[in-house]
Design a protein around this ligand. Sequence first.
Ligand SMILES: O=C(CO)[C@H](O)[C@H](O)COP(=O)(O)O
Length: 426
Amino acid sequence: MTPIIQVALDLLELDRAVEIAKEAIAGGADWIEIGTPLIKSEGMDAIRTMRKAFPERTILADMKTVDTGALEVEMAAKAGADVVIVLGSADDSTLLDALRSAHKYGVRLMADLISAPDPVKRVVELEALGVDYVNVHVGIDQQMMGKDPISLLREISHRVNVQLAVAGGLDANTAAQAVKAGARVVIVGGNITHSDNVTEAARKIRQSVDCPDAVEICSVGTVDQEIRKILKEVSTSNISDAMHRKGAMKGIHPLVGGKIVGTAVTVQTFPGDWAKPVEAIDVAKEGDVIVIYNENKDIACWGGLATWSALNKGIAGVVIEGAVRDIDEVKNLGLPIYTSNTVPNAGDPKGFGEINAEITCGGQTVKPGDYIVGDESGVVVIPAERAYELARRAKEVYKNEKRLFDEIKRGGTLSEIMELKKWEKH
Ligand SMILES: O=C(CO)[C@H](O)[C@H](O)COP(=O)(O)O
């Protein structure tokens, strides 16, 4: 049986959703899912509009119902849904009444395993209750913490006969794995809808689910490698958005531009004392970023010779709250340097201060090992303990903006496309 591709429209704006659905269908998507955010934004009209725009297509309403199952199924069915999604973790009484309503109105029921406490046990119970599909689902927030649905799908698929759907950040690679693991319905949201070429993105998923054996399974590498890979793709602005405007250094600007991505080696030093900054070069590993706090902006703690040494060591960049000198030479050397000031005079190597202690630089706390990203907009600090999650969230911001750029290029304006007026605070 050919697997079904379900495109999940987790947007807020209905017009955009209709357009994206058209493009996804052109690329090979089969079913259209009206995502929970769209239902919350537009109500049942989202279903009515999609039904009208796509009279022949299977339409799913991701109601994520947790109570009043019959009522919510009735609402979605009357608005034009073919399949209604309810939470698998809802009480059996809700699921049973949702099923009665589904039978009455001639729609199918998909139970979503998202956040179910014991999904392996629950899927057997859901099958016994009589749902039409079970969705093995890792939610968007859970994906940001590194979870994916494939291993759970493998664990579940040989235990039940109910038709399985799968969702959770699937791309062409994981969609192929999902089909091989027994998924009948492959649900893809962001990797289609946030693409600047939705049709092409859907086509890639189509190819991989139709010929899963032809898809080369690429290994992701270590967590650190994955974090660095993502941070190289996204901008400091994307990261700042993902961090809810936290993390950006104040008063630190590119002196020698060029993107930096790396883990911090921190230096706390005293006015004009350049011993610890220079010694930090020996402590740092290739790909690290030296982050220096030097109280005084009028005596340089970094210059041309330090820059040469840092290049020899493979340092990714230097961030300094304080001053840099030898600017002509430093600019020729090309090592990215972000600083708050430039002056000609240096101090002395007295040796006060600390290497790899927690510091404040540009108003941000920086711990050794935190991820530092710099580009033409400035520098952001990502706490090491949240680096994977924030990198993933920044990537989502990046993908979403790519799609918005594409829509603006077609002739819209940002406020029209995002329906800004509607979303102003009242
Ligand atoms: O229901 C959802 C989130 O709760 C999404 O629609 C589902 O996870 C598919 O989107 P993505 O592929 O971006 O994970």
